[in-house]
Design a protein around this ligand. Structure first.
Ligand code: NDP
Length: 245
């Protein structure tokens, strides 16, 4: 923990699920956290709870101006960024029909363009701090970034896209900034509750109601990855519930 004192992690989508759990795990490891999400109340309660100088910043990853404002606050109030966790995401599954076209666009804007834009906006801070003590980018992809199936086409496309971009970024930023891709299978979070196609939502919620892997399990893996010595970069972690086919 003492190695991380003074280090700052920016977590997008920190208001619930994997993002909130990651904020808690990294705070326990000594990081101050910039909690980014749209639901201001939730991140503000979490920042108070962490009680370590972490700050809540209302930001929408589809709105570059709100990310620019967030980056300014992180610089001014926390002194810069050591770690960026690109976690914000939506999984609006459903059949590929015109009715779902708004969902398609929204998933691409949040999951893929949101991560790309947040990285572009925070990169100067990551590079500045990396020159001294090393930076990290964690991109939260999915098993759906490796396997596609009927009903998850555009969600899978966003995660496959994230995987390709992430690997190119890794090569561009080494050795000072490490880039790690995390690809979870089913994790018990509220992710399926936002699905707009009702039949699909019910089916996926049923599956998620039996989920055994927790957001805390994933957060622990992220904290472990970040805690490796700077000479070692964990490039990619694919994890599934032991029973997931
Ligand atoms: P949650 O729904 O709990 O978390 C999603 C987070 O993303 C929320 O904090 C939400 O905050 C944030 N978010 C959504 N849209 C935006 C936006 N436009 N701007 C900023 N933040 C946004 O689900 P998970 O924790 O499960 O999901 C986190 C990540 O993990 C996602 O990228 C997801 O694809 C990935 N993942 C999840 C798996 C699972 O089974 N749960 C499996 C594999 C990957 P708010 O609404 O307050 O803005």
């Amino acid at each position: 923990m003492s190695n991380n004192l003074g280090r700052v992690a920016v977590v997008t989508g920190a208001s619930s699920g994997i993002g909130a759990a990651t904020a808690r795990a990294l705070a326990a490891d000594g990081y101050r956290i910039a909690l980014l999400a749209r639901r201001a109340e939730r991140i503000s309660v979490l920042a108070d709870d962490l009680d370590n100088g972490s700050i809540a910043i209302t930001a929408d990853v589809t709105d570059r101006d709100s990310l620019l404002a967030a980056a300014k606050r992180v610089q001014d109030e926390l002194g810069g960024t050591d770690v960026l966790v690109n976690n914000a995401g939506v999984m609006l599954l459903g059949p590929f029909t015109s009715d779902q076209r708004d969902d398609h666009r929204h998933m691409i804007e949040v999951n893929l363009l949101g991560a790309i834009t947040a990285t572009e906006v925070f990169l100067d801070q990551l590079n500045t701090d990396a020159a001294e003590r090393g930076g990290d980018i964690i991109n939260i992809s999915s098993v759906a970034g490796r396997t596609a199936r009927a009903g998850n086409g555009v969600y899978a496309a966003t995660k496959w896209g994230l995987n390709g971009w992430s690997e190119a970024l890794r090569q561009e930023l080494l050795p000072n900034v490490r880039v790690t891709l995390i690809e979870p299978g089913v994790v018990a979070t509220e992710l399926p509750n936002h699905i707009t196609h009702s039949e699909t939502r019910q089916g996926v919620q049923k599956l998620y109601s039996q989920a055994e892997v927790t957001a805390e399990d994933v957060a622990e893996i992220i904290a472990f990855t970040l805690s490796r010595p700077r000479r070692l970069a964990i490039n990619e972690i694919l994890l599934r519930p032991a029973g997931q086919a």
